[in-house]
Design a protein. Structure first.
Length: 144
């Protein structure tokens, strides 16, 4: 297995949605994850959207972003038949390096409370858990 990390393009859209489904990662096909919205985000200057490819097949992806102060790791997913081989680690390291190159030195992610695997993975990747922060949002539509 030789995994290649590259930028995601909008041509990956269908494979990306299939990957999220295969990895059982909830996404918003009628909200921020429509093809149109992903197309608008993908080349944005705050986006570091990466693909992991094995022999031309999309086997992993991450939607890295930053807000100018802090970097965010979103939607990290690896295909079940490629998990536990270090692909998530490669994707996160690449996002972190690109953030470092922008002068950003803090990286964050939000993990749903049922997702013990993800918590273990981010712990292994050197992230610290904060139980004293509660997530608030304001949504203009329920499925945004
Ligand atoms: C989370 C996910 C992306 C991890 O991908 P992966 O490629 O299997 O992870 P890696 O192989 O790079 O593993 C990174 C580290 O986490 C550990 N790890 C990975 N999966 C693990 C698991 N199920 N249980 C315990 N440890 C695990 C690895 O051993 C490794 O640690 P190490 O370097 O100390 O050995 C993958 O399980 C996935 O797609 N899950 C479903 C989607 C999801 O929940 N995404 C997170 C959203 S916040």
């Amino acid at each position: 297995m030789v995994v290649n990390i590259r930028n995601l393009t909008i041509d990956d859209y269908e494979a990306l949605c299939a990957l999220w489904e295969e990895a059982m990662l909830p996404y918003r096909p009628n909200g921020r994850d429509t093809r149109k919205n992903i197309a608008a985000q993908i080349d944005g200057e705050c986006s570091i959207y990466l693909a992991a490819e094995d022999n031309g097949r999309l086997v992993g992806a991450v939607l890295g972003t930053h807000d100018g102060r802090k970097g965010w790791i979103n939607r990290l997913a690896v295909a079940p038949d490629h998990q536990r081989r270090g692909i998530a680690a490669l994707l996160v390291q690449e996002v972190e390096q690109r953030l470092i190159d922008l002068g950003i030195e803090i990286f964050a992610c939000q993990i749903e409370d049922w997702n013990d695997t993800s918590m273990t993975v981010f712990d292994r990747l050197g992230y610290t858990r904060h139980d004293d922060i509660i997530y608030f949002t304001k949504r203009l539509r329920p499925d945004v």
